[in-house]
Design a protein around this ligand. Structure first.
Ligand code: FAD
Length: 520
């Protein structure tokens, strides 16, 4: 036990959550140093040039989860955050031009069926109500189970009350569907295969599961909870991180890039500092890690400092990433069949029917990539002319499924093969696109791991599922940002409430450090 409240903190990693955490801690008066391995801040929330003259959001590409409180508290607009486009909606593409749009529960486009309109409005209203429950708990430090502490009891009571407030009918439905698969729920509710496939993507994006897997409703709720509206930051996702960096520096934090932490140092049973790759040592009262939990505990701390059961739980965390990122430089706007110029800039999906989405996932179970990948596409240059030369465009796609542990490995030939499969799907919906491609880049989960330092290249650092959420995320014993090691905290996507560019794990972790003052 230290005898004083912490006065200094080291944050390992300048991902957007590390930066948010640093800004809150520095604003509270702590002396904060952020150490980032890469030569730039932002982690997977970054903009970079992938071929001369063409810039893209290299990890996260659509902003939909940024916490309003974080944005306001840290005055991110003052540090350059601007939107090139807001209120984007979803368009499910169709090779025959029978696309459909989904905007706030309203269906549009030639592919929308009248039979689905009322069901869609009801589905949207209900999922939004359910998602607000997750939204509420995402804002808080999870309570401890099994204590008589009034704060923990109050937090659990609030959760129960939020569910009870749904009313009998919605409460029953929430309890019925929250843990099951989205395929069955969509079959009960809708006619259109294209609509069901679009909604199935929301239940699977970023996770190693298919529409018929349990937890897919939960993933859809997690996205829906984050789904304030789809937006494109001006200058790409890196603008969010640059704004957080500005807020943290203005509050007094020091941020060092090209500074990799090799180890977390211990003083008896307490984390007391870090050793850098070049051997330099730094001390602080509190160490907060934005690196994923496996990296933090296994590589930086070492299992010998952990109780066996906890070390075992960390070792078995599921961190097998499955999303690849495809970037294309195009010599003109992609001509998606049936879409006008403005519609090309919306959130576009390629998934013809739910069975195709399920089949695309099946490959990943056996260490293969999908033969007909499903995609979430953004063409940000439609609204943002800073990303490509005049008249030219960049296309960015999240592509599923591309398992981290591909059988035979992600050789150049395997990457080329998967890129071709992606181009086939794109060409079917945008004839002539292949001819427009000037350069391409495919980032597999292995590339994402190497570039962003996230174990397995996983979107959420750790698989997001009911067994790793809230009081269980990433594992019991480290679910409240504090860990079994005094003085060591987590603040990244592997912590509650999970991944996405939200800033919430970072902000919540800073609050936890401050709340624990005097008890360290
Ligand atoms: C392909 C892909 C697409 C995505 N698309 C979206 C999207 O469209 N919208 C969305 O909201 N979310 C999306 N996400 C999720 C989102 O990008 C992540 O959940 C989020 O960026 C995680 O932020 P973080 O700050 O917690 O961690 P990270 O961004 O992973 O940052 C961690 C930082 O720690 C640093 N670090 C690690 N180890 C060390 C060390 N030893 N020493 C020093 N520094 C270290 C890393 O270099 C990195 O900068 C996507 C993710 C992926 C992989």
């Amino acid at each position: 036990m230290t005898e004083h409240a912490p006065r200094s903190a080291i944050v390992i990693g300048a991902g957007h959550n590390g930066l948010a955490c640093a800004a809150y801690l520095a604003k509270a008066g702590l002396s904060v140093t952020v150490l980032e391995a890469s030569d730039r801040v932002g982690g997977a929330a970054v903009t970079r040039e992938f071929t001369p003259g063409y810039r893209v959001s290299a990890g996260a590409h659509l902003l939909h989860a940024l916490d309003e409180g974080v944005r306001r508290d840290l005055a991110l607009e003052r540090y350059g955050l601007r939107m090139a486009a807001e209120d984007l909606y979803t368009i499910a593409l169709d090779p025959g031009g029978q696309w459909l749009s989904i905007a706030d529960g309203a269906l549009g486009g030639p592919g929308a069926l009248d039979a689905d309109r009322v069901s869609m409005a009801k589905h949207h209203r209900q999922m939004s109500r359910f998602a607000r429950i997750l939204d509420g708990i995402g804002d808080r430090r999870p309570p401890r189970l099994g204590t008589q502490n009034w704060r923990d009891l109050l937090a659990l009571g609030r959760l129960g009350l939020d569910i009870r407030r749904l009313g009998t009918e919605d409460m029953r439905e929430f309890l019925r569907i929250a843990g099951i698969n989205i395929f069955d729920v969509l079959e009960e509710r809708f006619e259109s295969a294209l609509l069901k496939a679009a909604l199935a993507i929301d239940g699977t994006l970023g996770a190693m599961l298919g529409p018929r897997s349990n937890n897919s409703v939960f993933i859809a709720l997690h996205r829906c909870n984050q789904g304030r509206d789809w937006a494109l930051p001006s200058g790409g996702m890196g603008t969010v991180s640059v704004a957080l960096d500005g807020a943290a520096r203005a509050a007094g934090a020091r941020i060092r890039t090209k500074t990799r932490v090799a180890a977390i140092r211990m003083d008896f049973d307490r984390a007391c500092g870090v050793t850098l790759e070049d051997g330099e040592t730094l001390d602080a009262d509190v160490i907060v890690s934005n690196a994923d939990p496996k990296t933090t505990f296994e590589r930086l701390l070492g299992a010998r400092h952990l109780e066996a059961g906890f070390a075992n739980r960390i070792h078995h965390l599921r961190t097998r990433g499955c999303v690849a990122k495809l970037h294309l430089a195009l010599d003109g706007p992609p001509r998606f069949t049936g879409l006008d110029a403005d519609q090309r800039g919306q959130r576009l999906l390629i998934a013809p029917d739910p069975e195709t989405v399920e089949h695309a996932f099946n490959h990943a179970k056996y260490g293969e990539h999908s033969e007909r990948p499903v995609m979430e596409i953004s063409v940000p240059s439609v609204f943002d002319d800073t990303l490509a030369p005049p008249g030219h465009h960049v296309l960015s796609a999240n592509v599923q499924w591309a398992p981290y542990d591909l059988k035979g490995g992600w050789s150049e030939a395997a990457k080329q093969g998967f890129t071709e499969r992606c181009l086939d799907s794109l060409e079917a919906c945008a004839p002539g696109l292949r001819e427009q491609v000037l350069a391409n880049e495919l980032l597999t989960p292995v590339d994402l791991e190497n570039e962003f330092g996230m174990s397995g290249g996983h979107w959420h650092h750790v698989e997001l599922a009911l067994d790793s959420f809230f009081m269980l995320r990433p594992v019991p014993g480290a679910a409240r940002y504090s860990t079994p090691v005094p003085g060591l905290y987590l603040c990244g996507a592997g912590s509650h409430p999970g991944g996405g560019v939200s800033g919430r794990p970072g902000r919540n972790a800073a609050r936890a450090v401050l709340a624990d003052r005097g008890r360290q």
